[in-house]
Design a binder for this molecule. Structure first.
Ligand SMILES: [Zn+2]
Length: 242
């Protein structure tokens, strides 16, 4: 969904990793071996800036993000599982949200899993890495984005599994459906007989499982869905008053 907000994708043609090379696969191992050094590098990078960071901070939610938040307000979307790290769902007003790969603008404790917006974590350059302030924890704090080699936070996984188990309809939006574990949830839901809706301009490995396929970009399809639901609601209200 973020591509429509001007954020470069990682994989595929023109993707960040395609043009600049993938980050090292042992990223998390390097962090865990020396968190202080990781923090020093991060602070140095923040001073010089980078194109991806700038594109995230300047990006705005698009019509697709806004429509999804509206579907939640309308009681039609119970939960969103996102693989994006760009904060755009939250900025669009989504409340029930699991960011399975973290959020680039947040921080997380590696011990207890608590998460905070980065401005809420005081970073003392003379005393790195920052430590968790949760009572009795004092775990090391890192960027919330899940690194290569880092396990997906267990709290996020548990939430995704619980939401999938409760879902009575599952809609995938704009995902290539190849990155696990996220790709497993719609498959799990479909196996239970839950209707699966796919919104994607292109065919994906989930297409054969989908009950409804919408071949359009999210910025186009989701606002149309909101409009269609409103129209139907208005029509039924009209009938009720007769
Ligand atoms: Zn903690």
């Amino acid at each position: 969904m973020s591509k429509e907000s001007g954020i470069p994708t990682f994989r595929g043609e023109g993707g960040l990793w395609t043009t600049q090379g993938e980050p090292p696969l042992n990223q998390y191992e390097t962090f865990a071996a020396d968190p202080k050094r990781w923090w020093e590098r991060r602070l140095a990078d923040a001073r010089t800036g980078n194109a991806f960071g700038a594109s995230i901070e300047g990006a705005q939610p698009n019509a697709g993000h806004r429509a999804l938040a509206e579907l939640e307000d309308m009681g039609r979307v119970a939960h969103v599982i996102s693989q994006n790290i760009d904060d755009l769902h939250r900025r669009a007003g989504q409340r029930s949200l699991t960011e399975i790969h973290g959020n680039r603008l947040w921080m997380r404790c590696v011990r207890c899993g608590a998460r905070w917006p980065r401005e809420d974590i005081p970073v003392d350059e003379a005393n790195l890495p920052p430590r968790c302030a949760a009572p009795g924890c004092s775990g090391i704090v890192k960027g919330d984005t899940v690194m290569f080699g880092e396990p997906i936070p267990p709290l996020a996984l548990a939430r995704c599994e619980a939401e999938t188990a409760q879902a009575d309809c599952f809609m995938t939006v704009g995902t290539s459906a190849v990155v696990y574990p996220a790709a497993a949830y719609p498959i799990e839901a479909a196996r239970r007989g839950v209707p699966l809706i796919e919104v994607n301009p292109e065919e994906t490995p989930l297409t054969p499982l989908a009950d409804v396929v919408v071949r359009a970009a999210s910025g186009e399809a989701l606002p149309a869905l909101v409009a269609a639901i409103r129209e139907r609601q208005n029509a039924s209200h009209g009938e009720g008053s007769r």
